[in-house]
Design a protein around this ligand. Structure first.
Ligand SMILES: Cc1cc2nc3c(=O)[nH]c(=O)nc-3n(C[C@H](O)[C@H](O)[C@H](O)COP(=O)(O)O)c2cc1C
Length: 203
């Protein structure tokens, strides 16, 4: 089959696009509003986009509180979404009115960050403190709606040493969750190793 997204002529009961780019890691973004209210929401249009310096992005479909807070305060934290925290991750996608502390709303404890003022989720084993870099506006089919990719530089990395084995992050202890299409998620709990390719025995 073939379809054109602008025509939505796939003939399927649900738009299949999000199932064509899978799995998508989930950036669980904490921010502070200008008045200091804590906001927390999952974004699966999220990824690391560079390593030196480490940079991350999330994409906001519509102008949401996380984007506004990043732009207003210049800071955010990426909390790793894990199997153990799956219910809380989902709960924080609820559209609370601005002004509600969403970390408290999901029954989560905050932990202080070291460099940025934005708190991290105490229960997550990995958190990335970020300084907002810039937003790239994306097109939107909805007149007046603002879609944007928010980018930031990672300036501090928290890792709970309990998830390390022999000095490496142990995925079987971390158990990150990721987003599939529809209402589906997956958990990463199987790893395989593949050495880099060689040509005529030369790497
Ligand atoms: C797993 C998951 C992933 C999501 N990914 C995105 C995303 O990439 N972009 C987006 O705009 N909304 C996404 N959402 C919806 C937002 O989390 C939701 O709109 C939330 O209320 C936004 O909160 P905020 O206004 O506090 O930023 C996602 C929801 C879930 C459950």
């Amino acid at each position: 089959m073939f379809y054109e997204p602008k025509k939505a002529d796939h003939g399927l009961p649900h738009d299949p696009f999000k199932s064509c780019v899978v799995p998508r890691p989930i950036g669980w973004i904490s921010t502070l509003s200008r008045t200091g209210v804590c906001n927390l929401a999952p974004y699966s249009f999220f990824n690391a986009i560079s390593g030196r310096p480490p940079m991350v992005m999330f994409s906001s479909i519509g102008y949401k509180d996380s984007q506004r807070n990043c732009e207003d305060t210049g800071e955010f934290v990426v909390n790793l979404a894990t199997w153990d925290l799956r219910e809380e991750v989902n709960q924080t996608s609820f559209s609370y009115p601005s002004g509600v502390d969403e970390m408290a709303g999901a029954g989560l404890q905050p932990a202080a960050s070291r460099i940025v003022k934005v708190p991290r989720v105490a229960a997550t084993p990995v958190a990335l403190e970020c300084i907002y870099w810039k937003t790239i506006e994306l097109p939107s089919p909805v007149a007046g709606a603002r879609n944007g990719v928010v980018m930031g530089e990672v300036v501090g990395v928290h890792i709970d040493e309990a998830i390390l084995s022999e000095g490496r992050i142990d995925i079987s202890k971390l158990r990150p969750i990721a987003r599939l299409g529809y209402q589906d998620f997956c958990v990463v709990d199987e790893v395989f190793t593949m050495p880099p390719p060689t040509l005529n025995g030369v790497g």
